[in-house]
Design a protein. Structure first.
Length: 178
């Protein structure tokens, strides 16, 4: 079974628990922190996957590191350790956030612009493009890219809306070459 399918199963179980207990926002925040720790701590996954370290010791390390995390989250991670799925912890967090966003009708969008967007511009983009992808709103991640020359490029999932000057020039070049 692929890593994303495994992570999705764990995320779905945790998501259902969070909805039953009205803990969706709290668990999402905690899983984002867990992912950040796992991805920004070099060697943690290697340590958790090491056959030399007993599983009880691995769980003890995790319990100490994430002592303030909801028991549902820590227990899910412990089950993943028991089943040798430590390398899927970050993917679990990603899948959970995706499920939570789907529940709320939110999509994450990467917006490439030549300068940082203001809050008003971000809100306008969110309201303009959310309906085009069937969502209520967008969580905008602004990425400054000076190669665009002007305009913006928006990526929501696997859809790209390119209104950048460099994108228009590339399309014009392709048209002229035909």
């Amino acid at each position: 079974m692929s890593n994303s399918a495994v992570a999705k199963r764990y995320a779905l179980a945790l998501f259902q628990l969070s909805k039953e207990h009205q803990l969706l926002d709290q668990m999402e925040t905690e899983l984002r922190v867990v992912k950040e720790v796992v991805t920004n701590t070099p060697g943690l996954i290697a340590l958790l996957k090491s056959p030399k370290l007993p599983k009880d010791k691995k769980k003890e390390i995790l319990t100490g590191a994430f002592s303030s995390v909801n028991p549902f989250v820590i227990n899910t991670i412990k089950v993943m350790i028991d089943r040798g799925r430590a390398d899927n912890i970050a993917a679990l967090a990603d899948q959970f956030v995706e499920l939570a966003n789907e529940e709320r009708g939110i999509a994450e969008a990467d917006v490439y612009s030549i300068r940082p967007l203001t809050a008003v511009e971000s809100e306008a983009l969110s309201s303009s493009f959310a309906g085009k992808v069937g969502k209520k709103s967008l969580l905008i991640n602004n990425i400054v890219d000076s190669n665009l020359l002007g305009g913006i490029k928006l990526r929501i999932g696997n859809r790209i809306f390119d209104g950048s000057l460099s994108g228009k020039l590339e399309r014009l070049e392709r048209q002229l070459l035909r």
